[in-house]
Design a protein around this ligand. Structure first.
Ligand SMILES: [Zn+2]
Length: 435
């Protein structure tokens, strides 16, 4: 069994739901603790130094990043991703990057590579925001993009605050917050992630991508890495909004239809309006979470709370989509409030170009093409890039194109190709100096 396969097997049962087959791995829960222990075990087995920053992100260092910063003024190289999931998420979104990071580090050692820069594998906490509602909370607070006060006050569906959840794990919420020292150790971050669309698995879309890529670099010959790996270029702007819709609770049997003020009807109208607005502006928008009060089968809903997720390639169009939805919500007597917003995030150009070059030369002396892919999904790499930390991404082919679902998939052969590609990139970065 490859080291990749054995790590994958160790993780496969953690937080897996018996009925759906999907994963429920939320920040600061028992499942999260198991995943963090697994990460610490993998670090220890390799003799890496495990560091936890003030937010709870885990870093497993090979080499001393602080000494390197003192001597050179520059940080080390970091790869990794996250281990948490959305409700009933797939196995690959997040863990693929962490497991591939450890496997690539093993491969570098097996090749006898002697890094001139320290190298770490990272596990970012609370990337999906499934429990407290804000995605990439671990990297946002780390970089200061979100304040500790705001993060700690977020509550989950049971009314438990992030501060309480953090404390329940034996950590001190008073120490929680931005961590410039941890951030200084990161000279370059390369996140490998399962593709969350169907570009690499579809010959026609892949051909279009190669043409898009040619704007930056002319395609030469066949796809390197068998077309299983792409380099990320940018993360589309995206945000989350909370919508509150009013009604009046009443008896489902005795209240005549014309006497009702039913918040669920408003929710249905708003949900349709979301679809219409997204279509009109070339965006995607989703109502994926609903809270109904009082949530009784025989009670007319007195209040419905919806969460809107909207994204698109153009910031102005995402804003127009949300403004159109807000107009409808206001007409219906409801309110719409922004919970998070991330503008368009280009990944770091220099590092991306270098990663692209390393992948091309790593696969047959620069003869192959490596597709470039922009994405509608947010990532910690984007948060770091926005904070000025050089960050790049690799995507591994997902033949179903499905993500945030148990149907998310990547073939083992493609995963192993991803590890090889990541190894080539890391070897370049740790042996040839600053990106
Ligand atoms: Zn992810």
């Amino acid at each position: 069994m490859t080291p990749f396969a054995s790590m994958w097997r160790d993780l496969s049962g953690v937080g897996r739901h018996g009925e759906t087959g999907g994963y429920r791995r939320y920040a600061w829960t028992a499942e999260d603790a198991t995943l963090r222990e697994w990460f610490a075990g993998e670090a220890a087995a390799r003799g890496l130094d495990l560091v936890e920053d003030r937010v709870g992100n885990q870093w497993a260092w090979w080499g001393d990043p602080d000494a390197h910063v003192r001597e050179t003024g520059e940080g080390g190289v970091v790869t990794g991703s996250h281990l948490d999931s959305v409700p009933d998420g797939g196995a690959f979104d997040g863990p693929l990057g962490v497991v591939s990071g450890f496997a690539a580090l093993d491969a570098l050692r097996a090749k006898g590579v002697r890094p001139t820069r320290p190298l770490a594998v990272a596990n970012f906490v609370d990337e999906e925001g499934a429990r407290f509602g804000v995605a990439c909370a671990g990297s946002r607070v780390l970089t200061g993009a979100m304040t500790a006060e705001r993060a700690l006050a977020l509550t989950d569906g049971d009314g438990v605050s992030m501060a309480e959840a953090f404390r329940s794990t034996g950590r001190d919420p008073g120490a929680y917050g931005a961590d410039p020292e941890a951030l200084r150790r990161v000279g370059a971050y390369v996140e490998l992630h399962v593709e969350q669309g169907q570009a690499l698995g579809d010959a026609e879309r892949l051909a279009r991508l190669r043409l898009d890529g040619s704007a930056r670099e002319a395609p030469r010959g066949e796809d390197a890495w068998g077309g299983a790996v792409a380099v990320g270029t940018a993360i589309h702007p995206h945000g989350r909004w909370r919508i509150d819709l009013p009604g009046v609770a009443n008896h489902a049997g005795t209240t005549a239809l014309e006497d009702r003020s039913d918040a669920m009807l408003l929710a249905a109208e708003v949900t349709l309006a979301v679809r219409e607005a997204a279509r009109a502006h070339g965006c995607v928008a989703t109502v994926g979470r609903v809270e109904v009060t009082p949530n009784g089968i025989n009670a007319v809903p007195s209040h419905v709370r919806l969460w809107l997720d909207a994204r698109g390639p153009e910031e102005s169009e995402v804003r127009r989509t949300v403004a159109q939805v807000e107009g409808r919500v206001t007409d219906l007597g409801g309110t719409l409030a922004e919970q998070s917003w991330t503008g368009p995030t280009p990944l770091t150009d220099d590092l991306t170009a270098r990663v692209h070059g390393a992948l091309r030369s790593g696969a047959g002396g620069g003869s192959g093409t490596v597709p470039l892919l922009s994405t509608g999904a947010g990532h910690d790499a984007g948060v770091l890039a926005t904070a000025g930390v050089p960050a790049a991404m690799l995507f591994v082919r997902n033949p179903t194109g499905v993500s945030h679902s148990p149907a998310e998939h990547a073939e083992e052969a493609d995963c192993l190709t991803g590890v090889e590609a990541l190894t080539a990139v890391l070897e370049d970065l740790v042996t040839k100096g600053k990106a």
